[in-house]
Design a protein around this ligand. Structure first.
Ligand SMILES: Nc1nc2c(ncn2[C@@H]2O[C@H](COP(=O)(O)OP(=O)(O)OP(=O)(O)O)[C@@H](O)[C@H]2O)c(=O)[nH]1
Ligand SMILES: [Mg+2]
Length: 200
């Protein structure tokens, strides 16, 4: 059973609108007025799809089968409450080493310089093993005393063996793991609850 607060929060989430895209994290940080919740992860991990699922909106955040689509910081605002920050994906296979590095620098810059970030969701395709990049991002947030949570996405695609392997992989982490699917909505209410708690 959902609490009254959770119900009201879900209704409020649907009022979100696309605010702006930023190429430079500094410009966003300067302009940001509300508490921020950010989504970060490898290209194609499912960040934009997850934002749509959380907001219960079909295609507010643009999703794509082609990895590396979102190169900008896309900001969505729930009026007078908080911002959802869709960060550009890293590790796109066709990107050069230099491009990958500059994307990681941009992401680290945002994480190190933002003063309004309340919670960082690090997304990882549930079929993949966690890599140095995800660990670095989780730790960067943790070092600033910002809650970071690992979201294992596309849960609907996991078979039993992959599920067991991913659980073992997550068990080494101090951070919480949530399994989610934007297709079946598994884990979405739990993520909304984390969001609600962290923007208080
Ligand atoms: N089966 C399944 N597919 C998903 C899920 N979430 C996302 N996808 C698919 O994965 C692809 C990438 O999703 P996006 O949400 O665009 O991924 P992204 O992390 O925003 O990608 P970039 O913007 O390129 O960094 C799309 O084809 C989605 O339909 C999920 O939970 N289940
Ligand atoms: Mg995207």
């Amino acid at each position: 059973m959902k609490s009254k607060e959770s119900e009201e929060f879900s209704t409020e989430l649907q009022k979100a609108f696309f605010y702006k895209s930023f190429g430079d994290p500094k410009l966003f940080i300067k302009e940001s007025r509300f508490p921020e919740i950010a989504f970060i992860g490898r290209s194609n991990a499912g960040k934009s799809s997850l934002i749509n699922a959380i907001l219960n909106r079909k295609s507010l955040a643009k999703t794509s089968r082609t990895p590396g689509k979102t190169k900008l910081i896309n900001v969505f605002v729930v009026p007078n409450r908080f911002s959802l920050v869709d960060l550009p994906g890293f590790g796109y296979s066709k990107a050069s080493h230099a491009e990958h590095k500059s994307m990681m620098v941009l992401l680290e810059k945002y994480l190190n310089e933002t003063v309004k970030l309340k919670c960082l969701f690090v997304l990882l395709d549930a079929r993949r093993k966690i890599s140095d990049e995800e660990i670095l991002l989780l730790q960067t947030a943790q070092n600033k005393n910002i809650t970071s949570i690992l979201i294992r996405t596309k849960e609907d695609k996991l078979n039993q063996k992959e599920r067991a392997e991913s659980k073992k992989d997550s068990s080494q982490l101090p951070q919480k793991t949530i399994y989610a699917s934007s297709l079946t909505n598994k884990g979405i209410d739990e993520i909304r609850e984390e969001l609600r708690i962290h923007i208080q």
